[in-house]
Design a protein around this ligand. Structure first.
Ligand code: NAP
Length: 270
């Protein structure tokens, strides 16, 4: 039975835990650490996992160790657990979910030969609809990579990418749920402006975006084709689309994605 350690039971750590448990992993094989005792207890009450505050204790004999702390703590946590990882009877794999921290930086702060996988997750993991990219370090073998992919696939889709693409990936999937939340917020406000009750506007906007996202995923059609399908000549939709285009929606997304990728690159330098 695989033993998992999740170092940092925050948003991403909890999303992962909830997905693993929904996929029938025994919660008693999942150890979750937080510095604060209260948060650990909250997670234990919610999921039945083993909560700890000692990262080395969590890493002891763990098969896979997920690092779900903020990027600035990754190197510190790795140095803290590296001795324990060295003493484990089977080779543990370390999986970092942190933005900006390179595989080389992680390999350098651990003992030589540590298998490290770098993942860029996103929060829809919490509802089993995450998008995670994986990039393997030098010492990860095919079986270890498969094991990590299998675990991540319990909380959504998984795609292997080159490390050089990760800043772009951050702009595309790591941060993009927030873009849709913002667009939804704006549409709801526009509905209220048209006189709809807020709850009605929210129901209509959220259900429509969910349906549209499912259509893009399940039909395999291009988004442009699906859009053309709901834009009758001189109709209502095309009138709205023209406004969005004239307001510069495409340019805004080019600039937003660039800003996100630039920031991701910058974070990686510190
Ligand atoms: N949120 C996103 O949308 C997203 C998307 C892509 C990637 N990520 C990456 O995922 C990672 C986690 O992000 P998050 O949003 O989940 O952050 P978060 O909600 O702040 O969670 C971090 C957790 O780590 C715990 N922690 C901090 N230092 C620790 C330590 N030394 N030992 C053990 N636990 C510790 C914190 O609890 P205590 O303070 O109680 O210790 C907290 O629960 C980040 O590296 C981020 O780059 C996040």
């Amino acid at each position: 039975m695989t033993t998992i350690a999740v170092i940092g039971g925050g948003q991403i750590g909890e999303a992962l835990v909830s997905g693993l448990i929904a996929a029938n992993m025994n919660p008693q094989n999942i150890r979750v650490t937080n510095r604060s005792e209260e948060r650990g207890q909250e997670l234990r009450d919610r999921y039945g996992i083993l909560n700890m505050t000692d990262n080395s204790q969590a890493a002891d004999e763990a098969d896979v160790v997920f690092l779900c702390v903020k990027p600035k703590f990754i190197v510190e946590v790795l140095s803290e657990i590296t001795g324990t990882l060295d003493n484990n009877s089977a080779q543990s794999v370390v999986v970092s979910m942190a933005a900006g921290i390179s595989i080389a930086a992680m390999e350098e702060s651990a003992s030589a030969g540590l298998p490290v996988v770098r993942v860029m997750p996103n929060t829809p993991m919490l509802v089993g609809k995450g998008m995670s990219t994986v990039t393997k370090g030098r010492y990860v073998d095919a079986e270890q990579l498969e094991q990590v992919k299998d675990l991540l696939s319990t909380v959504g889709d998984v795609l292997e990418v080159a490390e050089s693409d990760i800043d772009a990936v951050t702009a595309m999937s790591g941060s993009s749920p927030a873009y849709l939340f913002l667009v939804t917020e704006a549409l709801i406000e526009a509905g209220v402006n048209l006189g709809l009750p807020r709850a009605t506007a929210k129901k209509l906007a959220v259900a429509s975006f969910e349906g549209a996202a499912t259509m893009m995923k399940e039909t395999g059609k291009e988004p442009s084709e699906l859009r053309a399908g709901v834009s009758s000549p001189a109709g209502t939709t095309v009138a709205a689309i023209r406004e969005l285009e004239e307001s510069g929606i495409r340019g805004a997304f080019y600039r937003a994605a660039q800003a996100c990728a630039d920031r991701s690159e910058e974070l990686g330098k510190h």
